[in-house]
Design a protein around this ligand. Structure first.
Ligand code: PPS
Length: 314
């Protein structure tokens, strides 16, 4: 595989296939999260006014990117309407763009993030231990969104199916088994979520749940705005929530990530992996009774003693 990335190391080049993964710090990752990038991110320079949007994959990242970037523009839709959501809040650990063959054509994303104007919004799925150390040291703002593991697993399975850079699972049951073991990209869902749940009382951390955002997006918008130090009036809050509703995002090519889908050869018109069904409780159409019972047992073990719980239907 050709690799035009100046900073790539021999370790990076061990990936021979576009669906290859590697394990870094005990966590499985796509090869586009290169070891050299992950090494560099430990000492990545964080600014006081950065806001990190942190999620496990398929927890509502795109939704959060759209909400936060619009809030940062005081709800001025004209300021965001022509800008792809990943340009407003770029993905820290990835190297993009790539063509379908997996040829790297640009330097890692963190290098361009380093030169972005402040204030920066930065998206990441990395587990807490792999994030830039300065986030903790400087107590930089982090907005974390968590989603119930059943709907998330179904969403993740669809993502694996359509993403040419992830090995396809033939059967949903096989994916679910790997998800429950944490043998999927970005590792164990419970470790990711619980690490941030423990930080929920820190004043630099806002911990949100996808299901609560679904129940009352206006309240979530207001909560995020206040956390970002923005006092927006009620009509602006309503406008942002309306713009970020599922139906509105489903029509918006900038949030559908049509541009990214095209690069990845995903037919976004058929089914966008980023704004797909957007439901709480959709897992019921996918899980068998036995799979549901198995995940319930594991979920009780994962959550035991944490005080954390999720709505599985609303
Ligand atoms: S990714 O690839 O990790 O960035 O994906 P991510 O954006 O985290 O998750 C995609 C899921 O979020 C749903 N989504 C929404 N739900 C409700 N309302 C809005 N506005 C919204 N926007 C995106 C999206 O549909 C994916 O969930 P599923 O269950 O697959 O539909």
């Amino acid at each position: 595989m050709s690799n035009g990335n100046d900073t790539a190391t021999a370790e990076d080049n061990k990936c021979l296939d576009k669906t290859d993964t590697h394990v870094y710090g005990g966590v499985k990752l796509m090869w586009t999260c290169m070891p050299s990038t992950l090494d560099a991110l430990k000492t990545f320079e964080v600014r006081d006014d950065d806001v990190f949007l942190v999620t496990y994959p398929k927890a509502g990242t795109t939704w959060l990117q759209e909400l936060v970037s619009l809030i940062s523009m005081d709800g001025d839709i004209d300021e965001v309407v022509d800008i792809p959501v990943d340009a407003r809040a770029p993905h820290l650990e990835i190297t993009v763009p790539f063509d379908r063959q997996g040829t790297i054509t640009a330097p890692p994303s963190y290098l361009s993030i380093a030169t972005m104007d402040s204030p920066r919004l930065i998206k990441t799925h990395l587990p807490m231990d792999l994030l830039p150390r300065q986030i903790k040291e400087k107590r930089t703002k982090v907005i974390y969104v968590a989603r119930n593991p059943k709907d998330l697993a179904v969403s993740f399975f669809h993502f694996y199916k359509v993403n040419p850079f992830l090995a396809t699972y033939k059967a949903w049951g096989d994916f679910l088994t790997d998800f429950m073991k944490g043998d999927v990209i970005y590792g164990k869902w419970c470790d990711h979520v619980i690490s941030w749940w423990k930080e929920r009382h820190s004043d630099n951390v806002l911990f949100l749940k996808y299901e609560d955002m679904k129940k009352d997006l206006k309240s979530a918008t207001e909560e995020i705005s206040l956390f970002m130090g923005k006092e927006l009036d009620q009509s602006t809050i309503s406008r942002i929530a309306e713009h970020c509703s599922f139906d509105s995002m489903k029509k918006n090519p900038m949030t559908l990530k049509t541009y990214l889908c095209a690069a990845m050869d995903i037919d976004a018109d058929k089914e966008s992996p980023f704004v797909r069904k957007g439901k709480v409780g959709g897992w019921k159409d996918q899980f068998t009774v036995a799979q549901n019972e198995a995940l319930n047992r594991l979920y009780r073990r994962w959550m035991h003693g944490t005080g954390l719980d999720f709505d599985f239907e609303i």
